[in-house]
Design a protein around this ligand. Structure first.
Ligand SMILES: C[S@@+](CC[C@H](N)C(=O)[O-])C[C@H]1O[C@@H](n2cnc3c(N)ncnc32)[C@H](O)[C@@H]1O
Length: 226
């Protein structure tokens, strides 16, 4: 068995049992290896842009004797993955901007029965906006603490319905109504960063339209209480 850290375990919990997965930006391939070893998935594609991380992945799958169940691929995003090969796509440990670019470059992620499991380390609001503007429904958002830091993970499926959301909803996502410690910590940090940015903008460029937008977000979350 391979025990995952909380951050990766949170993504693993969102994978559907029996689905074929592609882990994009896999590095050490701990996530696909763990899902194969515990019987959640029958097979996996472990892809990475660079050779070094794929060598880490190869070492992991050899160590656990699961090489025949994991295909290792050098791939920029989903470029070397075919829709017919996967059900659940995991992209963890990258920034939200890069994750949205990877999804944008693979329009087939909108096809039926594909589930996305995304774990942005930064700019999660950019990713939420991209998903909503491109007809995806965010079906779940979870948070956890790992090594003293707060991490989040979301699952999404394409519905074709483009939904509109306020800037505060884009910033805080599904965490706005959650009261567990990790979700509260996530919201507190995002609100704090918004306040700091607004203060800095007020000093340097008070007429900037962004000032108004940030103030609107803070007005909307004024009632927010952990
Ligand atoms: C911080 S590691 C995350 C590893 C693992 N997914 C995790 O969450 O622990 C990011 C990995 O993404 C890979 N990566 C960056 N850009 C990529 C792209 N466009 N396509 C595929 N992999 C990429 C990097 O080479 C690196 O191995």
């Amino acid at each position: 068995m391979l025990k995952l850290r909380s951050r990766l375990n949170m993504a693993a919990q969102m994978v559907r049992k029996g689905s074929r997965i592609a882990d994009i930006g896999t590095d050490h391939a701990y996530l696909p290896a763990s899902l194969i070893l515990d019987g959640t998935v029958p097979c996996a594609i472990a892809a990475d842009l660079r050779k070094g991380p794929l060598e880490n992945a190869e070492a992991t799958v050899n160590h656990y004797g699961i090489a025949e169940k994991v295909q290792l691929r050098l791939s920029d995003g989903l470029k070397c993955v075919d829709r017919s090969e996967v059900d659940d796509i995991i992209i963890a440990g990258m920034g939200g901007i890069l994750i949205s670019e990877i999804l944008e470059a693979a329009p087939w992620v909108k096809e039926k029965n594909i589930q996305l499991i995304l774990q942005p380390q930064t700019h999660d609001e950019v990713l939420r906006k991209w998903l909503w503007e491109n007809g995806f429904e965010i079906t779940d958002e979870k948070s956890c603490f790992d090594d003293g830091k707060t991490y989040i993970c979301m699952s999404a499926v394409y519905t074709g319905e483009i939904t509109s959301h306020s800037d505060a909803e884009i910033l805080l996502g599904g965490f706005i109504n959650k009261s567990d410690d990790a979700s509260v910590s996530f919201c507190e940090k995002k609100i704090h960063r918004t306040k700091v940015r607004l203060e800095a903008l007020r000093k340097s460029d008070p007429e900037n339209a962004e000032t108004e937008r940030l103030q609107k977000i803070l007005n909307e979350v004024k009632e927010w209480q952990p």
